[in-house]
Ligand binder design. Sequence first.
Ligand SMILES: C[S@@+](CC[C@H](N)C(=O)[O-])C[C@H]1O[C@@H](n2cnc3c(N)ncnc32)[C@H](O)[C@@H]1O
Length: 315
Amino acid sequence: MLREILKTEIEKKGFVTFDRFVYLALYHPEYGYYTKKRTKPVPGEDFFTAPELSSIFGKVIANHIRKISEERNIPLRILELGGGKGFLAKDILSSLPVEEYIILEKNNVAKEIVHGVKIVENLNEIENFSGFVISNEFFDAFPFKRIRKINGELREVVLRKKGNELFEDTIPFTEEISCEPEEGCEYSLFTGWNSFLENLFKKFQSGYFLTIDYGDFCKNLRNRREGTFLSFRKNRIERDYLRFIGEVDLTSRVDFSHLKNLLAGYLTSIEIRPQSEFLLSEGIERFLSPEDAITALTLIVDMGRKFKVLSGFKN
Ligand SMILES: C[S@@+](CC[C@H](N)C(=O)[O-])C[C@H]1O[C@@H](n2cnc3c(N)ncnc32)[C@H](O)[C@@H]1O
């Protein structure tokens, strides 16, 4: 069905931009990968995020929040962006006496897993907020464009159709870009971050911001011939993503240099560190039992190197 929707759009304009394609494939109200109703991750079909993998992750974050709340006198009110199925909320709520927990989420499955939270689909539904704004794998779930540099010219990937088949093509890219790909390389530009942050910080008055994501800095992302776009199906990289639209998770590595630049307009004391460093400095070992050894290794060593933690204060 998504294929038909895309084909109709392509017929009107000649192409669809890649960020429009990602938006439809992930968030079409009926057929999107994230908006289709699913509760638990299906082993073998979905990658587990850190909160889905283990409650230790949420316990460490809860402990971090408690510490910052005491040091800075920030109320224990939490707004979680893209809370997914609600696992992180559940673990934080079982560790901390939270006054209010709001989850911003486009799908509505969290309410089946966690109780005592308010789920909103849109930031317009919340009042001005002071407290903690947290997220895990949220900024990598925004639609993105794929920008290539070919013979010195920047071009963006679009989708066109031939008969029934969709295929990739490129058109000139003329907008400003803070991280330009090197010749022959491809960079993913998340297009909705700016306006999302503008809206968020209209509501977020004061407190602490913490986001964790899979990503790197511009200098390590702009020189990749294969780009940073990734498509997953049944726990594997799926190269033929156009065959499985709506069944594949489309994502890309977060550019923490770009995200930091955008957040610098709102936050102070921004820090970015590897997830491993964050978990170890927050004393993850205190929350582990012997049977958690494999999970701890995944969180600290495997994900710990690939994921980064960005934090800052809103005064
Ligand atoms: C990769 S999942 C991560 C879910 C969860 N944070 C976790 O770690 O398990 C990203 C989630 O963000 C949600 N999302 C992305 N953009 C959103 C937006 N603008 N508003 C609300 N939810 C959004 C998606 O629906 C999806 O559930």
